[in-house]
Design a protein around this ligand. Sequence first.
Ligand SMILES: Nc1ncnc2c1ncn2[C@@H]1O[C@H](COP(=O)(O)OP(=O)(O)O)[C@@H](O)[C@H]1O
Ligand SMILES: [Mg+2]
Length: 581
Amino acid sequence: MKLPLRQYLRLLAKYLKPQSRRSLLMGVLLLASIGLQLANPQVLRYFIDTATGGGKVASLMVAALLFIGIALTNQGVSIVARYVSEKVAWTATNQLRTDLVAHCLDLDMAFHKEHTSGEMIERIDGDVNILSNFFSRFVIYLLGNVVLMIGVLLLLFQIDWRVGLAVSVFALLANYTLIRIRGRAVPYWTAERQLNAEFYGFLGEQLAGTEDIRGNGATRYVMRRFQQLLYNWYPVNLKATMSYYMMGMTTLTLFAIGNALAFALGAYLWSIGKISLGTVYIIFYYTNLLTQPIEQIRTQLQDLQKAGASIQRVEELLLMQPSIAAGSGMPLPTGTLAVEFRHVDFGYTVETPVLQDISFCLQPGKVLGVLGRTGSGKTTLARLLLRLYDIQKGEIRVGDVPIHWPDLRLLRQRIGMVTQDVQLFHASVRDNLTFFNQDIPDTRIIEVLDDLGLTAWYRSLPNGLDTELGSDGEGLSAGEAQLLAFTRVFLANPGLVILDEASSRLDPATEHMIEQAVSKLLNGRTGIMIAHRLGTIQRADEVLILEHGRIIEHGSREKLAANAASRFYHLLQTGLEEVYV
Ligand SMILES: Nc1ncnc2c1ncn2[C@@H]1O[C@H](COP(=O)(O)OP(=O)(O)O)[C@@H](O)[C@H]1O
Ligand SMILES: [Mg+2]
């Protein structure tokens, strides 16, 4: 039997500390409720004994009212306790969710590539949901039920030592048996949760790619995978559920034995005149009351075990450190930024190098056009500049500062990137453009939109900047989405702009608008343009051609264009489209 008690207590301490007073209140309420539960049968015993002994009706009335009063109070206390414990649980688990989300956002791209969004949802929400039970109930219920059990046994001893002894032995045996068989279910539950996460991971991925799946006729393959997952899931789930019910059955049987024992003892003691009828009743009642803590202790321990996997995964996730260190906070120079690569080697995994021995230098304010086949490493080059990944060898300098010196956020603020896929959020146009930065005034946004030729589009918005955008940029053309991405970069005012140009063909009018926007964006900034069209490259001062992750040509565009022996010259003759796309 292995309980993740220590990990659990560590999480508990961390997230309950800020609400210690409320937790204390929860404990007090619970104890009060236990006290009331123990007191009420005493009133009943008095009632029964008075009634069978021919007592006064008035006393019976008082006893009855007292009984009802205590029962109602107990209900009231339970409701408040429940309310407080839910509040504690939600506050704690929301904090935990927040911490996990913030933590995951800080983790590397490599981490996010490895884990599907469905899996992340299951880990952050599923696992935390399971934990929420503990924050409200586990310790308190466990302690509360142990107290209740001891209280009941003491009261039984006080009635008659034989009854006390017999029921104590029974309670011990029952607890022991249940805890012993509980351990069996754990592996099944762990396996079940794992498959659960896999299933949702798969589902999330497929739903996100519905269009591609249908378009490519992969539906049958997806359905097959889907059925396979269900097929694997079913037997594991069955075993997990069955083991759970087996424990339930054992509990019921044990309780039946306990009841029979109480009845037999009570009947015997009554028949020899040792106890009154009211006492027989109270013995039976208390023995019955004992089933609650035994059952609860079992469920709580069982839940703890089920959550063991979740607790462990949450802890694992929290312990995972981004491999990209934050940087010592060295400032970057203001204004345009120079870029320098010195013998840079990089691969997403150590075994497969993607970029090799990349060295070049770009003066501030200059524009570099990067050409190369699909897969030659152009996008990777851009990612390295944003430090989405760290390089294995060499050095990258931005603004004459090694890239790992400045704070990551500062670095990414000073470098603007526009890629093929523009990620729009389900939020207002304003928030989409400013990335929720409220310091940027509306007048500035409108100015930039005007500048980029988006005036007509902006005027057509029903609520201006407050218009909500659909999450996938519904209702926006590809060109408009691109222009919005440019607007974003403009508003952030970076010193270096990277354009990983859209390969989608735009209509000529939009293309013209985008070209103008690019000109404006590059004005007074250093630029790296990953080009899929030769038209784009006309703006570049320098040209760099990548092949299989190596630089095979680098030089001034004009000189290369004039040199009949150069690759670039050759490309200009044949056309980039024919060679590369
Ligand atoms: N996230 C990634 N993980 C592993 N390999 C990757 C990843 N992204 C790209 N690659 C690989 O790196 C190489 C270069 O890719 P990329 O930089 O996207 O090329 P380009 O932008 O020139 O088309 C390709 O072989 C590609 O398969
Ligand atoms: Mg690319």
